[in-house]
Design a protein around this ligand. Sequence first.
Ligand SMILES: Nc1ncnc2c1ncn2[C@@H]1O[C@H](COP(=O)(O)OP(=O)(O)OP(=O)(O)O)[C@@H](O)[C@H]1O
Ligand SMILES: [Mg+2]
Length: 260
Amino acid sequence: MNAGNTNTGGDKLTVQNLVQVFNRQKVLHNVSFTVKDGEFLSILGPSGCGKTTILRILIGLLSPTSGTILKDGVDITEAPPADRNMGIVFQNYALFQNMTVLGNVEYALHFNKALKSNARSIALNIIEQVGLSEHAGKKPGKLSGGQQQRVAIARTLALNPEIILFDEPMSALDAAIRLSLRDEIKRIQKKFHSTCVYITHDQEEAFALSDRIMVLHAGTIQQLDTPENIIRNPATAFVTEFVRDTLKIKIDSLVKYING
Ligand SMILES: Nc1ncnc2c1ncn2[C@@H]1O[C@H](COP(=O)(O)OP(=O)(O)OP(=O)(O)O)[C@@H](O)[C@H]1O
Ligand SMILES: [Mg+2]
């Protein structure tokens, strides 16, 4: 398990031969990939293919059956979540309903030795960055789904994580809000230079947001490439079919647009 302090130069995360077995069933088969510093990588694949399992292993909620995870060349496979400097944004926001927006963003800062003395000003600053200043004193129940998800993103950003993991953050939102939040996430990522790993089964979303996309099927990486290469040179029959679906969605929406 000791991979040493190999400097991978520009690679923020290196995942090597990840295997996960649940109840004697292998759900990840030797998954290996890297995420570059500042990169936006999406993991795209159908329900049950192992996306959330990879994220849980990355953040340290699950210890893999075998395999290694390096961050900046350092083995963190067995490091506790708090020592990884990663943040996660879930589908269901997971906000404290009895606290205000400000309270929610401030909360985790109080447990951080380095940041707690400035918790209030850090929280207010981040809330402003995600455009929620006028809602800082409201409870989450008074906000739209998209606004609540921005609170969850602000809460994650407040701790200044090196890597942000997203597990289908838009899947509970309607189409129009998804489009605006998509732009917001991209803007935030550029501004904070965050390294992002973004799970989705929405192909359009992955193609719009990502520097590279990993297409995962049944716990096996089918292709890890730029959106353009995935469309132009699909590596497997599975990816070919996936791409065809994406193009079909685009053509359908274009036809709808033309027909008014
Ligand atoms: N704790 C667990 N115990 C047993 N099986 C599990 C556990 N967690 C996940 N699995 C199984 O592992 C496989 C991968 O699950 P995972 O949650 O990673 O899929 P996913 O790609 O995130 O799917 P979805 O798009 O539906 O969220 C599934 O077959 C799932 O039933
Ligand atoms: Mg999942």
